[in-house]
Design a binder for this molecule. Structure first.
Ligand code: FA5
Length: 332
């Protein structure tokens, strides 16, 4: 019996050493040392042996099990190493490689969306403006009717820059300060959109980034009403998403618009998606921008581009948009 055990052990060790894949190794392990294996079968026969023989057979079986377990572990390590090396080769990227022609990289998904949004609004008669990402308190908050101690200041968690008076210089928390800059620089009529990067001191998760993108819209002219706002939002919704989409406005609050609303779009399947905020520009904001609220009125809106893009392309975690994994980026 001991000779049989040694023979089986030797054959099994050979097979294990020759396993070509992790799957094959797992099968061999089950067949050669598992419950139904020949070796385990010997255990059952031990009852019929005398004391001395049982001790010797038991020792030989234990030894065989140890040797084969070690052989499996050794082979597994080799095969795992090979699999990892194969994966690394398959996923290898030559970052010095220059691809010829149209395949030579492309704009980031968010940049593509910004360009598309600009095109839609230019088609509706708007111009495109930009403003600085490092802002002063006046443009980001005070001129937008956020009182110095008003709790609305805490609506957006702010990154402060160590320049000037304490809390005087900020990373802009929204694109609305560009509204004020546009009013300061130009007289109505104003029909302008302002895309750009914004910053908020918040924990990131699947639906929140600390650095994200918004697009602001500002219209100021004689006789502008809430109806013009609703109509523009709806025209935009259909132009950007398609004729099957519609929009709705829900009452909300922003210090710089009165009345204020959130706007949602309805997908053809009937579900709603919240896009951003809007409202009639508050008279104080017009005055702060050097525009007479008795003569002119206007509306503004602002929405998040990253969430828009994620919804449109089925990206379930916004953080993917900030990564550098080309396997993700190449899809768009
Ligand atoms: C604003 O920022 C207002 N300035 C919008 C506005 C403009 C209202 C003009 C009225 C007139 P809010 O904080 O709700 O509002 O942000 C607007 C949009 O930005 C949100 O609907 C959302 O799409 C996006 N957003 C906000 N926080 C985040 C975040 N942490 N990560 C990604 N997107 C965000």
């Amino acid at each position: 019996m001991i000779d049989d055990i040694r023979r089986i052990q030797a054959e099994a060790a050979n097979q294990i050493a020759g396993a070509a894949s992790l799957d094959e190794l797992a099968t061999l392990e089950r067949d050669l040392v598992g419950k139904g294996s020949e070796l385990t079968g010997f255990k059952k026969q031990m009852g019929s042996l005398d004391h001395e023989a049982r001790r010797e057979v038991g020792a030989a079986l234990n030894r065989a099990r140890e040797v084969l377990a070690a052989a499996v572990a050794e082979r597994r390590e080799v095969l795992e190493g090979q699999a990892a090396a194969e994966r690394a080769t398959a996923e290898r990227l030559d970052l010095t490689e220059v691809r010829a022609g149209r395949d030579a990289g492309h704009l980031h998904l968010v940049t593509q969306a910004i360009e598309e949004l600009e095109d839609v609004f230019v088609g509706l008669g708007f111009t495109v403006s930009e403003g600085p990402e490092v802002e002063d308190d006046w443009h980001n908050f005070t001129a937008l009717n956020f009182g110095t101690y008003h709790p609305a200041r805490d609506m957006q968690d702010t990154f402060f820059v160590a320049l000037g008076e304490p809390k005087e210089v900020v990373m802009r928390t929204h694109t609305s300060p560009v509204q004020v800059r546009t009013m300061e620089e130009r007289q109505p009529p104003i029909y302008s959109v302002m895309p750009g990067r914004v910053y908020r001191n918040e924990a990131t998760d699947a639906t929140h980034l600390a650095v994200f993108h918004q697009i602001e819209g500002l219209v100021i002219d004689r006789g502008i009403t809430f109806g013009h706002l609703a109509g523009t939002i709806d025209r935009f919704t259909k132009a950007y998403f398609g004729e099957g989409f519609s929009s709705r406005l829900r009452p909300s609050y922003f210090p710089f618009t009165e009345p204020s609303a959130e706007f949602d779009i309805q997908r053809p399947d009937g579900t709603w998606l919240e896009l951003g905020g809007c409202g009639m520009v508050h008279p104080n904001v017009l005055r702060n921008g050097g525009i007479d609220p008795e003569e002119f009125s206007g509306f503004a809106f602002g929405f998040g581009i990253d969430r828009l893009v994620a919804t449109r392309h089925g990206v379930t975690d916004l953080r993917e948009l900030t990564g550098t994994d080309v396997r993700f980026l190449e899809q768009f």
